[in-house]
Design a protein around this ligand. Structure first.
Ligand SMILES: [Zn+2]
Length: 233
């Protein structure tokens, strides 16, 4: 029993745990494709062929298809019957404006509500989510950027959760906003400045101050919009 439990499942040559191993393989493949999509190495709108990914990652079709299916669920990959996969196209300027208009209507309000309902446990969850983003230890910029996009999505989603309007939360989450906006521009500035703005939001939550939270969230979303707008020039 003890010996079996001590097998390191991250070691793919270890015996047992076949499902574990194939799960982590799908996870690895998923992360690799996700990072390429976020860093625009796979260009928006371009075709993605399973065969070329099979060659690139030296794995079978199955984990590639599973990873692509998951990315499809996240709105980053589109699948067309009989044609195959392609990267989701870049969002249009019009959709970008619509997204930010919606975010500005919903998120500052939700941040105020979350601040009003703030307690230590919730604050710790938000600090945790923000802390993960600020860790700058990753060697691979591309991977760090894609991780930031995902963590930013989690951070904002948690605030929506704590604002206790599930409909608003779902409405925002279904847009996969963060994945789309972070694909507009691959630049460190996009993440560095956002971290400072998150600090301001966290300070308002720490003080359980709805007005300050509303303002800080508004500033963050407006600045985020202004940072990304040059992508349409
Ligand atoms: Zn953010």
């Amino acid at each position: 029993m003890q010996a079996a439990n001590s097998i390191d499942t991250s070691d793919r040559t270890a015996g047992g745990g076949r499902i574990q191993r194939s799960n982590s393989l799908v996870e690895d493949v998923y992360e690799a494709i996700f990072a390429q999509l976020m860093a625009l190495k796979i260009a928006p709108g371009s075709r993605i062929t399973v065969d070329s990914l099979v060659k690139e990652f030296n794995v079978s079709h199955t984990p590639i298809r599973e990873a692509l299916g998951r990315l499809e669920g996240e709105g980053l990959v589109l699948k067309t019957h009989l044609i195959g996969y392609r990267a989701a196209p870049q969002i249009t300027r019009r959709r970008f404006d619509e997204l930010y208009e919606m975010r500005l209507l919903l998120e500052p309000h939700a941040a105020a509500k979350a601040a009003a309902a703030m307690d230590e446990a919730k604050l710790n969850i938000l600090l945790d989510a923000a802390g993960v983003m600020s860790r700058r230890e990753g060697k691979d910029d591309r991977l760090r950027y894609s991780n930031f996009a995902r963590q930013d999505a989690i951070f904002h989603d948690k605030i929506m959760e704590f604002s206790q309007n599930e409909l608003i939360r779902q409405t925002l989450s279904h847009q996969h906003t963060h994945f789309h906006i972070f694909r507009l521009m691959y630049h460190a500035r996009v993440t560095e400045e956002a971290l400072d703005e998150h600090e301001a939001i966290l300070a308002a939550f720490g003080a359980a101050d709805p007005d300050a939270a509303q303002k800080a969230m508004r500033v963050h979303i407006e600045h985020s919009r202004d940072r990304l707008l040059p992508a349409f020039d």
